[in-house]
Design a binder for this molecule. Structure first.
Ligand code: AMP
Ligand code: GLY
Length: 436
């Protein structure tokens, strides 16, 4: 019997694909299983990759069966629904090594009202907020407080659609009335002060007692260039964004420290990756949200910068010995661009099943990675299977270099019927800063 380990990754998109790539590079890992995974994920590794396309990330019973049958050594729970469903708790009960927070620690993502109250209790800088449990109460509040701009948010997980910007009174009324359409997730909702600043995301590895900040990125959430159009899950990212100066980094470290200590104080020790979504205003950080996982597509620019064997990093988290591990981060800059179906994040049903071209050409280019998401193999063709189809990441010495590579490769990709959409301005803020 070989000593090589079997890792199970819980995710279906680009974030799962980069985890497959990283575990594939580990000397310790022999086989990678992914629930549900996607057909393009295996492209970056020569190791065995087995996907389970018919399962969901919340199919707890089936996942536990796989863990037992396949002798899984480590489960990496990378997806928020699985955290909320308590997958980590079930795996820990069985004594399985697992990366990801328990349901209780993960409440910091899956319950925005709980998260805001937690932040307030532990002095974590946040916008003004108000929590409501009925439509009437929110409407009453807004009528008494007109003339302010709000972000209106369902407290629960709503597939990234539960946040509605309301820049005036009428939009706020409409948004409050829409909360009921999120079902249980919208039963409790928040009105948050609209912060105008520059966003970033920061990522820390946490082993329950301590944490290590491993990188920052800047996502581009709106669907079109110039930050126009609807909000999406993320259209592209740059690593090491310049908005995160030394002074901002020291604030980020303070926030992680307070958060980890606070969660311990609440008897919810946090093990896994903690994602801080922040906003910089007047050189001060305010927390927009915490997520209990890597960002997608942030993972695609941060994970590759970690030079350690990722299996060893994961086991240091599991064994609560992160402090003893020196994390080595390379100095490259990375840019990732999402290639999406035209119509996403709205209706893209007409694009589903269309052929995707150019993948094998891009694969040959040095300094480029393709990470599969909403894509599958049908006979000999790659076909569209989701809104965010694939990601192309370029790495280089600086943003100009990295962008050139990513966009050069994206130009080789197409979707049948001219149905590929991507933003052409990922990293524009840092580029503008360079030109100044
Ligand atoms: P979320 O679903 O919580 O990630 O929110 C989606 C996006 O809405 C964030 O990435 C921000 O761009 C924006 N957002 C959320 N809350 C606020 C806020 N209080 N002020 C300004 N922008 C916000
Ligand atoms: N890129 C944003 C997220 O993962 O939530």
């Amino acid at each position: 019997m070989s000593n090589l380990k079997t890792v199970l990754v819980i995710d279906g998109g680009g974030r799962g694909a980069v985890l497959v790539d990283k575990y594939g590079q580990s000397q310790s890992v022999g086989r990678i299983l992914v629930v549900p995974g996607n057909d393009l994920m295996a492209i970056n590794t020569s190791k065995d990759v087995i996907t389970y396309p018919n399962l969901k990330t919340t199919s707890i019973k089936e996942i536990l069966e796989i863990v037992e049958k396949e002798d899984v050594n480590l489960v990496d729970v990378a997806q928020d629904n699985a955290v909320e469903a308590g997958l980590v708790n079930e795996l820990e009960k069985l004594g399985i090594a697992v990366i990801g927070p328990t349901k209780e620690a993960g409440q910091i993502e899956w319950d925005k009202a709980w998260a805001r109250n937690f932040m307030k209790k532990y002095g974590i800088p946040s916008p003004e907020y108000h929590v409501f449990n009925s439509e009437e109460a929110g409407l009453d509040f807004i009528k008494k407080n007109p003339g302010k701009k709000w972000f209106i948010k369902a407290a629960g997980l709503a597939e990234g659609k539960g946040v509605i910007p309301a820049e005036n009174f009428n939009k706020a009324i409409k948004a409050i009335k829409e909360m009921s359409k999120f079902g249980k997730a919208g039963e409790t909702y928040l009105l948050e002060e609209w912060l105008e600043g520059e966003e970033f995301s920061a990522f820390a590895l946490c082993d329950g007692g301590s944490f290590k900040l491993v990188g920052c990125a800047q996502d581009h959430k709106r669907v079109n260039d110039g930050d126009k159009g609807l909000n999406t899950g993320g259209m592209g990212c740059v690593s090491n964004p310049k908005v995160v100066t030394k002074y901002i980094t020291s604030q980020i470290n303070q926030i992680f420290k307070k958060t980890i200590e606070g969660l311990n104080n609440e008897r919810r020790p946090y093990k896994g990756i903690l994602y801080l979504g922040g906003m910089v205003l007047d050189k001060k950080v305010s927390v927009i949200e915490f997520n209990a996982r890597w960002g997608d597509p942030e993972a695609q620019v941060i994970l590759p910068s970690i030079q350690n064997d990722i299996y060893k990093v994961s086991m240091a988290i599991v064994s609560e010995s992160l402090k003893q591990l020196k994390i080595r981060i390379d100095e490259n800059t990375r840019v990732v661009v999402a290639g999406t179906s035209k119509g996403y994040p709205g209706d893209y049903s007409k694009v589903k099943g269309k052929k995707v071209f150019g993948i094998s050409e891009v694969q040959k280019i040095e300094g480029i990675k393709i990470y599969g998401a909403g894509i599958k193999k049908s006979e000999k063709n790659w076909v569209v299977n989701g809104g965010r189809v694939l990601y192309i990441a370029g790495e280089g010495k600086n943003i100009i270099d990295a962008r050139k590579k990513a966009y050069g490769a994206m130009a080789l990709i197409s979707i049948e019927g001219n149905n590929l959409h991507y933003r052409s301005d990922i990293g524009f803020r840092d580029l503008e800063r360079l030109r100044k």
